[in-house]
Design a protein around this ligand. Structure first.
Ligand code: ADP
Length: 374
């Protein structure tokens, strides 16, 4: 019995049957109580006439009428109870089936997901409450599937990225062993370049895993953005000059005090200005501007470079995403820089966005940081 009571199906049946039984019992009790007590004067007069005609007593006639009346009530209640029981059983089984079928489906699907079938989804039932449960379940299954796809893609991407510099190194080593390359400074410099590329990639991957796991150690403090921007631009001067790029600065105010981590802000600026340089052809220009908007400082880095096609814009902050992987592979990019920058800006309470009117029209990257309150 305890086992049956734990099943929702039987609890619904028992609940409905209890309502029927209580209803019938109450109806019977009320009918008997009322018929025993109340015999209206008009009925009594007729009973007296009947008793006189039969030569019996009023009491005997009353008892006869009452008995046949109560019999009719019993028959009526019995028929009504039978109908109520059939209707009750039918509704409870239908109700139980409506509730239990989606639950059964969810139980089966969750087991399949646990065994690695992440594309499992359940049908959405018509009732609102169960539809919500099924919708939430499907959403959960979808995000599990996405995480799994990202995990597989991540392993694929990492091995792909590692393969390029390793293949380069391998080639130089084989060339050295076969005597195709001379063991001179030039060969070692080329090998060193590949090793550096590997190192940078591994460092980037480590930084990426930290930022994505939310393990960024920030040391926020109040500092002035303007001197930091000047410092980052000075560090990148050699690259700017090598490509004959002009740099234009537009700072709304001479100082812009923000509350953020200075080193991390420098990292973001280096990534964004570095990209602007990397993706702008010789003779182009890079514009750096700082504005104050409400409680945020807004730093924009615009270039006159190759631009970003509209269909690529939504993805450029995703890890390993490169608009043209063959071109950027040549330039050494792995598509991780913007992902790290976005996480760093988020962690400091800001946002980073990118706009571009399309290929050949340049790009603008903007990030915000909270202004210092003092
Ligand atoms: P990467 O190391 O490949 O530059 P990022 O994450 O910094 O990686 O950038 C991702 C991609 O976004 C780049 O490969 C490039 O295609 C595109 N991109 C980033 N900045 C710019 C820019 N200023 N102009 C044009 N394309 C850009």
């Amino acid at each position: 019995m305890g086992g049956i009571l734990r099943q929702l199906r039987w609890r619904i049946v028992i609940a409905n049957m209890t309502v029927v039984v209580v209803g019938v019992v109450l109806l019977l009790l009320a009918a008997f109580a009322i018929t025993n007590r109340v015999t209206p004067a008009s009925v009594q007069a007729q009973l007296a006439a009947l008793a006189d005609a039969d030569g019996g007593t009023v009491a005997a006639a009353t008892a006869d009428v009452l008995t046949s009346f109560q019999k009719s009530i019993l028959t009526a209640v019995f028929l009504a109870a039978l109908g109520a029981i059939i209707a009750g059983l039918a509704t409870s089984f239908l109700l139980a089936r409506e509730i239990l079928r989606p639950l059964d489906e969810i139980a089966t699907s969750s087991q399949r997901i646990a065994r690695g079938h992440y594309n499992e989804r359940v049908a959405v039932p018509p009732s609102d409450e169960l539809a919500l449960v099924a919708d939430n379940f499907n959403q959960m299954a979808e995000s599990l599937e996405r995480v799994e796809q990202q995990r597989v893609a991540l392993i694929g991407n990492v091995s792909h990225e590692l393969r390029t510099p390793l293949a380069g190194l391998n080639g130089y080593l084989e060339g050295l062993m076969d005597g195709v390359f001379a063991p001179d400074e030039e060969t070692f410099a080329l090998m060193d370049k590949e090793v550096r590329r590997l190192r940078r990639l591994v460092d980037d991957l480590q930084a990426l895993s930290r930022v994505e796991a939310g393990q960024i150690s920030l040391r926020p403090a109040v500092f002035d953005l303007i001197p930091l921007i000047e410092r980052v631009l000075a560090q990148l001067r050699a690259q700017l000059e090598a490509q004959n790029l002009t740099i234009h600065k537009a700072f709304d105010l001479p100082t812009t005090a923000v509350y953020a981590d200075e080193d991390r802000t420098a990292q973001v600026l280096t990534n964004l200005v570095g990209n602007a340089i990397r993706y702008t052809a010789e003779g182009g220009a890079v514009f750096v501007s700082v504005k104050q908007e409400a409680s945020m400082a807004q730093v924009s880095i615009r270039d006159t470079g190759i631009g970003i096609p509209p269909d690529a814009l939504p993805y450029i902050f995703e890890r390993f995403y490169r608009v043209d992987s063959s071109r950027t592979r040549w330039s050494g990019g792995s598509g991780i820089g913007l992902t790290i920058s976005r996480h760093l800006v988020w962690a400091m309470g800001g946002e980073v966005t990118a706009v571009s009117s399309g290929v050949g029209s340049g790009s603008t990257f903007t990030f915000t940081l909270p202004l210092s309150k003092s």
